[in-house]
Design a protein around this ligand. Structure first.
Ligand code: JHZ
Length: 396
């Protein structure tokens, strides 16, 4: 097929989404890349055009910690109960275990984690869990297989979409998964991203934003098969995929067929769906910037809430910087007292809620809107407002 990769969205020059800047480096030139999004007409995968090596993106300074959100922890806890009840695995592997938010719900002798970012990996190790600071690849999968044999359950949340060579990812999973074992993968849903115009799901770490249709194509090539899907609310709408070896007799459940058919009906196999999305994104950019300009003109105090990787895409695409947002609040220690990539907005430590002199807070962590609104009842009661970009830019 000619031109199998169709470029449909250009989100401009972007810094690496999690490259928060130290004050002493503010004047240094940042590494930037052109963030373009493509649709592969042969397997329906949506990916970013220019990617970086895992070593560049995930090193010992990686700031993200999954334990910073109560919703993530609760979701992992619920899943751990389900796993123990339904699959009763003898041993479990987590790929991308971050600071141990999932591992902590299992017995220490039953679960192993791998996490290449040493700074977060060591947090899990300190809690007494068996973790290794390694990337998922041929070498690490061979090492784990030799040391532990096969795994009955492999879990990976928001990690596999961060690795470029998907065939290799799944070939290695197939190698280490027991014959009737289950692979559970969670990642943001492309369908939700298109429906809610959350173009900020695209940044250097998200090499892919999966649809069930596309993931199924890649898995098929690697002798794996989705047998069940669950829609979960995390990260703005994700899908939890339950995957088996093709050779296993597990029944393929209705949820899988129904998700595939919903995605096809929505148009995820068609070029025009992506072109229309790109048009909506362009108009979202203008609307969001105008909200900020209007507030600035009226001298309102505007801050940001949750300096997410996602907000790096929004701020740099819409050219919203320290002139329009006074500071960001964030609970993550490794982000505090640094500056947002590209837009150079100072990040302050979150203490006891939003200051009462703040008029508007831009929700960088919009995906935790409910959790945040519950926490900020006082600010809301006192007339404080939020700015959100999805499904379209507005004030809440
Ligand atoms: P959050 C990261 O993306 C990177 P980000 C990564 N590529 C990925 O896929 C997802 O995670 C899973 C703060 N916060 O989870 C904490 C508050 O300050 O949306 C975080 O810095 N107060 C691996 O960065 C940020 O917001 C709060 O009450 O887009 C949330 O980041 C809450 C709830 C969060 O992921």
């Amino acid at each position: 097929m000619k031109n199998k990769l169709m470029e449909f969205l250009d989100l401009g020059y972007q810094p690496l989404a999690n490259s928060f800047i130290k004050k002493s480096n503010l004047k240094k030139k940042e590494k930037k890349y052109k963030l373009k999004i493509c649709f592969d007409k042969t397997n329906y995968l949506v990916s970013i055009k220019n990617s970086f090596s895992s070593k560049t993106m995930f090193d010992h300074t990686y700031p993200y910690r999954s334990s910073m959100s109560k919703s993530v922890s609760k979701s992992f806890e619920d899943l751990s109960k389900k796993i123990n009840k339904k699959f009763k695995p003898k041993n479990i592997l987590e790929i991308g275990s971050n600071d141990g938010t999932f591992l902590k719900f299992f017995e220490k002798n039953k679960i192993v984690g791998i996490e290449p970012c040493k700074n977060v990996e060591k947090i899990t190790k300190k809690k007494g869990f068996s973790t290794y600071p390694i990337y998922w690849n041929n070498k690490s999968s061979n090492f784990l297989k030799k040391k532990f044999g096969s795994f009955d359950l492999i879990f990976s949340a928001n990690t596999l979409s961060h690795i470029k060579n998907l065939n290799n990812v799944f070939k290695n999973i197939h190698k280490i998964l027991s014959s009737d074992g289950v692979l559970i993968v969670e990642d943001p849903s492309l369908l939700e991203c298109l429906k809610t115009n959350t173009y900020d799901q695209f940044y250097n770490e998200h090499i892919y934003v999966f649809s069930t249709v596309a993931l199924n194509e890649v898995l098929k090539k690697n002798k794996l098969q989705i047998f069940k899907v669950e829609k979960i609310k995390l990260h703005g709408g994700s899908i939890r995929y339950y995957i088996k070896k093709k050779s296993s007799n597990r029944k393929i459940e209705r949820s899988f067929y129904s998700q595939i058919s919903t995605e096809i009906k929505f148009g995820l196999k068609k070029d025009k769906t992506y072109h229309k999305f790109a048009e909506r994104v362009k108009s979202s950019k203008i609307k969001l910037k105008n909200i900020f300009l209007r507030l600035k003109k009226k001298n309102y105090k505007v801050i940001g809430y949750g300096a997410t990787a996602k907000s790096t895409t929004i701020l740099n695409y819409c050219k919203i910087d320290f002139n329009l947002i006074e500071y960001f609040l964030d609970t993550t220690p490794d982000k505090q007292n640094k500056y947002t990539p590209g837009s150079k907005i100072k990040i302050l430590k979150y203490k006891n809620g939003i200051d009462k002199n703040v008029d508007y807070a831009f929700l960088g962590a919009w995906n935790f809107k409910k959790e945040i609104f519950d926490k900020e009842k006082k600010y809301i009661k006192n007339g404080g407002k939020f700015i959100i970009h999805s499904p379209y830019p507005k004030i809440l």
